[in-house]
Design a protein around this ligand. Structure first.
Ligand code: HEC
Length: 242
């Protein structure tokens, strides 16, 4: 009986683990950390915007991350003249399709469709693979058409996967990373850079998220005050009816 209960409790998590393939790391991003958001925006402009846009975000909106117009112009605007423009990519979709086989998608909503944990893992698990067109592959996006845009920072790695042996039940493959060349950042620094980049992509998916939460708290407070007055009025009205 006890066994059966245990099996029932653990069955769903085992099934989920087997389905998920490469395990996702938890993204440590914090949407209230403005310094991290600024650094993420900088990395995006330098390493991603050549291929991807975040077309619903205007450059001047980044002022809410604590940047002034001059800083936005000097550090982030490589592809636009006016701060009122949106962060589109300059890469023509048609040519991109010929080069990569797939046009690089706009990343405005990618944090919502894939989730922060997936992005944080994806951007840290590119590896060298001579069988793909770009020479790169990815642990959570097998045969991805995107080359590793941050490889000079992370360095090159190879991935060995050992499939679980038949009949052993606990069905998770083992993953082993091998360093092929060093990047300019240490692993800790690289993880921090990706954390900031993911933070920025989450922000880009819903720039109003922080203000929305603040408005919610103010609204609850106002409702609380209204409740107290309503209750006092009610007590006053009914005090003679007993
Ligand atoms: C050289 C062009 C290029 C650069 C630079 C580039 N990407 Fe990509 N990216 C692509 C292509 C092409 C795809 C489509 C891959 C596919 O569908 O197989 C893609 C796909 C993605 C996806 C998956 C989208 C999805 O949900 O399917 C994410 C996330 C992403 N890129 C993020 C980034 C980030 C962040 C950077 C900057 C560090 C970056 N990319 C730089 C070309 C590029």
């Amino acid at each position: 009986m006890k066994r059966l209960l245990l099996a029932l409790v653990f069955a769903p998590s085992l099934a989920a683990a087997a389905e998920a393939g490469f395990p996702l790391d938890r993204s440590p991003s914090d949407p209230r950390d403005l310094v991290s958001l600024q650094s993420g925006a900088r990395t995006f402009a330098n390493y991603c915007e050549g291929c991807h846009g975040v077309q619903y975000l205007r450059y001047n909106r980044l002022e809410e991350l604590g940047l002034n117009e001059g800083e936005i112009r000097d550090n982030l605007m490589f592809f636009a003249d006016k701060v009122g423009e949106t962060m589109k990519t300059v890469m023509p979709a048609k040519e991109a399709k010929t080069w990569f086989g797939v046009a690089p998608p706009d990343l405005s909503l990618v944090a919502r469709s894939r989730g922060a944990d997936w992005l944080y893992t994806y951007l840290r698990t590119f590896y060298r693979d001579s069988k793909t067109m770009t020479g790169w592959n990815n642990a959570v996006f097998p045969n991805v058409a995107m080359p590793h845009a941050l490889w000079t920072l992370q360095g090159e790695r190879a991935l060995e996967v050992e499939e679980p042996k038949e009949g052993e039940g606990a069905g998770r493959p083992e993953y082993r990373w091998k360093e092929l060349s060093k990047g300019t950042l240490t692993q800790v620094e690289y993880d921090a850079l990706v954390r900031d980049l993911v933070n920025f992509l989450v922000y880009a998916g819903e720039p109003a998220a922080t203000t929305r939460r603040e408005i919610g708290i103010v609204a609850l407070f106002v409702l609380g005050v209204v409740f107290i007055f309503a209750w006092l009025v009610k007590r006053n009205f009914w005090k003679d009816v007993k």
